[in-house]
Design a protein around this ligand. Structure first.
Ligand SMILES: Cc1cc2nc3c(=O)[nH]c(=O)nc-3n(C[C@H](O)[C@H](O)[C@H](O)COP(=O)(O)OP(=O)(O)OC[C@H]3O[C@@H](n4cnc5c(N)ncnc54)[C@H](O)[C@@H]3O)c2cc1C
Length: 642
């Protein structure tokens, strides 16, 4: 690894923190309404980030080409989000403010995010709720009609707006309606069932993408004045995760190969409340929303190996370990902390359930206090889902939960304008690295996606167009031919190997390795082992993968092969990043760097920076560029939730 001297300019505006965005808005250049129609923007992704961006850009007058691999834009993974969306409206009058939300987010991310980005996120949170209410999103309301709030981890106020356990779905429907209005107006052209397989860069600027029609197999070129990636996170690198099965890193990783920097890939979030894995043939894990920790109490037996049924374990034999260790935040300790605490009790032999890999999330007391009916009103669909999957009734028996891969804070590097280091390539939502540092607070991902798409990108992309000379973008450009040839060549190679193993079997093998060596806790020895082992998996993959069918029609095996190949390369980058970051922070827990109480121990002297990886083509040894993080408004402190 070579550390380059290159200085990355995050283009953070001058001035006081609380005026940066307003000033920037006033200073950014504009494209006049008549000229907007001359620009075309490619938006890859139709989740909350891509959907909100596409709708808003089209509403402004730009021509938008919108891509997703699902059969409908409405089925993007954002639809799975359950628990809620944060905004510091302070409807509860419980002491919330932009400053408090900002502080909670910086601290939650373990002081590894940019102050200016986080402030803007929290500042715009209140407008997002107004925007969504205006679209008709049916947020839960109090009896008197005001919007209801609940609490999520890492906060001592209630700032999470929700629509039962279907918040993502309702927000996405709002967004989708806004998109469809523009489809109808002819400003958005939809390309569902279309997978982006490469980015086209000419003279250092992003000018288009290469796609494959997933039904006909046709490989096509699309050119534009700017490309926006809103392609979600890479949590499926672990194979088992709460993400939809289709979530993948291909778009981001192809962009990385074309020169975009990949930042902090080792920052992954392991969510504490998921249904535990139960067997070797499982392909997916299910989230039980963090909102459940408002009323559910987490516990295990005080005695290792205790085989008694939960209702046979009296209170004095139970260890409500989050309430014991973190009395101020209790069951609402942030995700990284709650996950590690669960791992510790399981490692001590105090895990529950048939596999011993799990802890209880118990609603007995809440049902006693509020009544089953009220609990059902808040969480009914989550309880039903749990019962359908486990065949256990959580109104009667405590849920069993265990941490699982859920979200990725790492992603493509972007500046304050959400533009990558490649001019013309913007990255929004979970696909970028920008706002959550080393650990994201629950209910802030939906917020980030919508803030990026509705309120930030529509300004900053105009500034880019107004500042940079308009390109004569055309698919005849030689770079398009080269990119198309790369894609076709890769497809041909997959189809020709004709080995013995399915792409999925390689993905599962890789995921297990990454989970063991670069999951909830990591150490140098394990990471080095993974870095040695991954090239072997890569070689086996390229020699022995079997892709059935042809390239000319729907071929899931071919899709999986491409995605697995990128996950293999990303996994190696993740492990290198985790090895290089010799500290613990947020979700990145290096066993060598912990306090006497087993908490993450940061090294601010050496690691108060964003790690940005620059690809050296297919050479697995990438270069590293550091973006220093400057804190002017908060003091770097040891995170404590006690
Ligand atoms: C089960 C679950 C529950 C969650 N609950 C919450 C919650 O309550 N609150 C919260 O704040 N966050 C929650 N999250 C996190 C949140 O849902 C995600 O971070 C967020 O929805 C990501 O939105 P996005 O728009 O960035 O990406 P996504 O919604 O993942 O959308 C990605 C889009 O990109 C497209 N795409 C990707 N690659 C390609 C390609 N190569 N070619 C073409 N198209 C491509 C996909 O088709 C899709 O349209 C939850 C996550 C999970 C897994």
């Amino acid at each position: 690894m070579k550390v380059l001297e290159e200085r990355l300019d995050a283009r953070i505006p001058d001035g006081p923190l609380d005026q940066k965005w307003t000033r920037h808005q006033g200073e950014m250049k504009l494209v006049s309404p008549n000229n907007k129609r001359k620009y075309t923007v490619i938006v890859v992704g139709t989740g909350l980030a891509g959907g909100s961006a596409a709708a808003t850009l089209a509403e402004l007058g730009y021509n938008v080409l919108s891509f997703c691999y699902q059969d409908s834009a409405r089925r993007a993974h954002s639809i799975a989000a359950q628990g809620g969306i944060n905004a510091c409206k302070n409807y509860q009058n419980d002491g919330d403010s932009v400053r408090r939300f900002f502080h909670d987010t910086i601290k939650g991310g373990d002081f590894r995010s940019r102050e200016a980005n986080v402030y803007r996120l929290t500042e715009l949170s209140t407008d997002i709720i107004d925007q969504c209410v205006a679209q008709g999103v049916p947020f839960a309301r109090e009896y008197g009609g005001t919007l209801a709030n609940r609490s999520f981890g890492g906060a001592q106020v209630s700032r999470t707006f929700y629509a039962r356990g279907q918040t993502g779905q309702q927000l996405l429907l709002g967004c989708y309606q806004a998109m469809m209005r523009q489809v109808n107006a002819g400003k958005i052209t939809l390309f569902p069932r279309t997978e982006m397989l490469d980015l086209v860069v000419a003279n250092g600027r992003a000018i288009g993408i290469i796609t494959r029609d997933m039904v006909t197999g046709k490989v096509e070129k699309h050119c534009a004045d700017a490309v926006v990636l809103a392609t979600g996170g890479y949590g499926n690198v672990f194979y088992l995760s709460t993400n939809a099965k289709g979530c993948n890193v291909t778009a981001g990783f192809r962009a990385y190969r074309q020169g975009a920097y990949f930042s902090n890939p080792c920052y992954t979030q392991i969510h504490p409340t998921c249904i535990p894995p139960h067997g070797e043939h499982q392909s997916k894990l299910t989230l039980m929303s963090e909102s459940l920790r408002n009323d559910g109490r987490v516990w295990v037996s005080k005695t290792p190996g205790d085989k008694r049924a939960p209702d046979q374990i009296p209170d004095e034999d139970r260890d409500y370990y989050l309430e014991r260790i973190y009395p101020s935040f209790g069951n609402l300790a942030p995700r990284d902390i709650a996950s590690r605490a669960a791992k510790r009790v399981v490692d001590e032999g105090r895990g529950v359930g048939p596999t011993g890999v799990g802890v209880y999330l118990d609603f007995r007391d809440a049902i006693g206090r509020l009544g089953a009916q009220n609990i059902a009103a808040k969480y009914g669909n989550l309880f039903d889902m749990y019962q359908r999957i486990t065949d256990e009734d959580p109104y009667k028996v405590p849920m069993r939960i265990y941490p699982a891969s859920h979200y990725t804070m790492g992603g493509l590097w972007v500046d304050y304008n959400l533009m990558s280091n490649l001019p013309g390539l913007f990255v929004i939502g979970e696909a970028n690295f920008s706002d959550h540092g080393a650990n994201r607070l629950g209910a802030s991902a939906l917020l980030q996606g919508l803030v990026d798409g509705y309120f930030v990108l529509p300004y900053t992309i105009g500034d880019y167009f107004a500042r940079f000379k308009k390109l004569d973008a055309s698919a005849d450009h030689p770079e398009f031919d080269q990119a198309e040839a790369r894609v076709k060549d890769r497809i041909r190679t997959f189809l020709s190997i004709n080995g013995r193993r399915t792409p999925d079997s390689f993905h599962r093998q890789l995921g297990q390795l990454v989970w063991d060596k670069c999951g909830m806790s990591r150490n140098a020895e394990g990471l080095k082992e993974a870095i040695a082992r991954i090239p072997e998996i890569r070689q086996e993959f390229w020699e022995d993968v079997k892709v059935v069918g042809s390239g000319e029609d729907l071929n899931i095996s071919l899709e999986q092969a491409g995605r697995t190949a990128d996950f293999i390369d990303l996994a190696e980058l993740m492990c290198r990043d985790a090895l290089a970051r010799e500290e613990s922070c947020g979700g990145h827990f290096r066993e060598e760097h912990q306090t006497d109480e087993g908490e993450a121990l940061r090294d601010d002297e050496r690691f108060c920076h964003v790690s940005c990886w620059k690809s050296n083509g297919t050479d697995p040894d990438p270069d590293l560029i550091l973006e220093p993080l400057v804190f002017e408004n908060v003091q770097l402190a040891t995170r404590s939730y006690k």
